[in-house]
Design a protein around this ligand. Structure first.
Ligand code: ZN
Ligand code: ZN
Length: 347
């Protein structure tokens, strides 16, 4: 059962109801009526994702273009390395979220995976947009080659890639579960050294337009990690044979591995950046990992602590209040913020 291949779902099964009987191996017509779905909360989540809609071109890069030359060579180097490394993560996530749709039998979940896939494409484009504003195409190509060959980046990506490729080649419920856990690492752990760097610049009033874009990306990624955690919980509840001691261990072990790899990357890429305390950042990653585990319904793996780097959490109320107003001037009125009305406790 765990390793029984999942077959690609037929587009239409008119003999079945619209409301699916399961997120995998369920009976579902293939039609989606949001008023008749198995998990009505998914409609709220879908709405939240849509209300976050943004696109790169809405942010005018002129200020950052002017400021770019005043950055130190080292800041520029880290900026470009992180930019391409984050783009590589979004490049993996766009097709993966689309592929899952072929095997998920609940149309409401498919629709959410479609939105996530679309948002990853926007993120990917936004990194290209930032790059094209600041450096030549030759330098961009060089930086992407650097990201492809960097041994630390490769090692980190390998963990995720293995799970994704296994599902891609031989989709089974067990492999879908593993894909979900690795997606949480990608969405909820791996982006954060990069986010920390851009917010660190922003705290010094540097490259604020880039940071604005990064903050929108972070908000999306938080919602994605939350959704995938919910997806895993429902998958385990509906398929108790997946709900094993061994799979719980897999979650703890895989999230721990991602934390170790992210720490290693942070200590490499942020080593010479003054003002980011790497010891504190390690604790921040553990804080994040605990949060991801609780979202899945598991216990903390690391010591419980309050957020040691609250300035990375841009979309919390406290941060919104003491952020310089120009930081979010472009969209502060029209974009919804994650708040009690549209957010979730464990975001
Ligand atoms: Zn993304
Ligand atoms: Zn994402």
């Amino acid at each position: 059962m765990l390793e029984t291949p999942l077959t690609k779902i037929k587009l239409l099964n008119p003999e079945y109801p619209n409301k699916s009987t399961g997120i995998i191996n369920g009976k579902s017509s293939g039609f989606l009526n949001w008023n008749d779905i198995a998990y009505p909360k998914m409609y709220d989540l879908y709405q939240t994702l849509l209300s976050n809609f943004w696109k790169a071109q809405e942010i005018n890069m002129q200020d950052d273009i002017k400021q770019w030359e005043s950055l130190s060579e080292q800041e520029k180097d880290v900026f470009l390395r992180i930019n391409t490394q984050l783009a590589s993560l979004d490049s993996l996530q766009t097709p993966t979220m689309s592929q899952v749709m072929d095997y998920v039998t609940d149309s409401s979940f498919k629709a959410i995976f479609a939105v996530i896939s679309q948002q990853e494409a926007v993120h990917n484009e936004s990194y290209s947009y930032i790059l094209s504003s600041l450096v030549s195409i030759d330098e961009q190509n060089e930086r992407f080659n650097q990201a492809k060959s960097d041994p630390i980046v490769r090692k980190r990506n390998q963990l995720i890639l293995e799970a994704y490729e296994e599902f891609r080649q031989h989709p089974t419920p067990q492999r879908l579960f593993k894909l979900g856990v690795n997606s949480i690492n990608l969405e909820g752990i791996y982006f954060y050294s990069g986010f920390a760097f851009f917010y660190h610049l922003a705290r010094q009033q540097k490259m604020l337009k880039t940071s604005t874009m990064i903050s929108y990306i972070q908000r999306d990624e938080m919602q994605h990690a939350y959704f995938i955690a919910q997806f895993i919980r429902i998958l385990l509840t509906e398929n108790p044979e997946l709900h094993t001691e061994e799979n719980s261990k897999y979650v703890y072990q895989t999230i721990h591995e991602a934390v170790v790899l992210e720490k290693e990357w942070a200590h490499f890429i942020l080593a010479d950046i003054k003002g980011i305390d790497l010891h504190e950042f390690d604790r921040y990653l553990e804080y994040l990992a605990n949060k991801r585990l609780r979202q899945i319904g598991l216990k903390n793996l690391y010591e419980e602590r309050i957020n040691p780097m609250p300035w990375i959490q841009v979309f919390s109320d406290e941060m919104m209040n003491d952020t310089k107003s120009d930081f979010f001037e472009q969209k502060s009125r029209t974009y919804s913020k994650v708040s009690q009305s549209n957010g979730f406790d464990e975001l």
